[in-house]
Design a protein around this ligand. Sequence first.
Ligand code: NDP
Length: 243
Amino acid sequence: MGILVTGGSRGIGRAIAIELADDHDVAVGYRVSESDAEDVVTEIEADGGTAIAVQADVADSTEVQDMVETTVEAFGELDAVINNAGITDPARLQNLDDEQWDRVIGTNLTGAFYVTRSAIPHIVPDGDIVFISSIGGTGGTVDASYAASKAGLHGLTRALAREFGGEGLQVNAVAPGPAETSMNDQILTHLEEIDFRGHENVDTHLPQYSCKPEDVAHTVRYLLENEYIQGEIINVNGGMQFR
Ligand code: NDP
């Protein structure tokens, strides 16, 4: 059975797609990075797996519907949907314009809603929905639109766990700390640019190494294999923040 990983073309989503391709057919979602997505497909196929690249801007509900239909046509019912596609466009609040706010919320939160709404009718009764959140959503960043979008995912996670848990679906989120991807370069540049007062403090509390995309991918696998975790936000941050 199939799995849809949005934003599977690079970074954390790529690691999740490759991890889950061991025992699933994988649809690798992307918006513009077609060649990166095709590279992931090629890598999965070289290892004996099955994958397709599927295009959609997750912030566009029509494109999302088409992407889900393409995935279902290829693989049949879905075992899981991994809502990983995300962006950041950090700015101090006074400089954060309407378009920036709408684009980040539209991609990270509304996009996850669109994907999940389109996919739910096709997910097997004991399937999984996973949202890739962030330490930013649990209070660990100076980036208002990003933090709000990720905190919104936590509400979505718990609401859907309540709504669909009784039917057997598991709905959870994973909240990684800063990970070694292109997005994190953007975040660190922003913190330097705004000369964030707590930046030195954050640095002194950094764990020995950044979160690896594979750390997140292994956690997603764990959630898919476990039948009894519901409505949780799982921190994967090396101890940068506890709950
Ligand atoms: P990358 O920037 O490396 O990759 C982002 C992925 O999302 C790409 O595949 C990109 O595809 C896709 N994407 C972006 N916008 C859209 C869109 N509108 N529609 C469809 N796909 C889209 O990010 P990361 O791997 O670092 O991040 C992945 C997830 O993990 C995000 O949700 C992020 O918030 C979260 N996260 C990241 C952390 C980090 O430090 N890097 C820490 C904590 C959480 P394309 O290029 O085609 O647009």
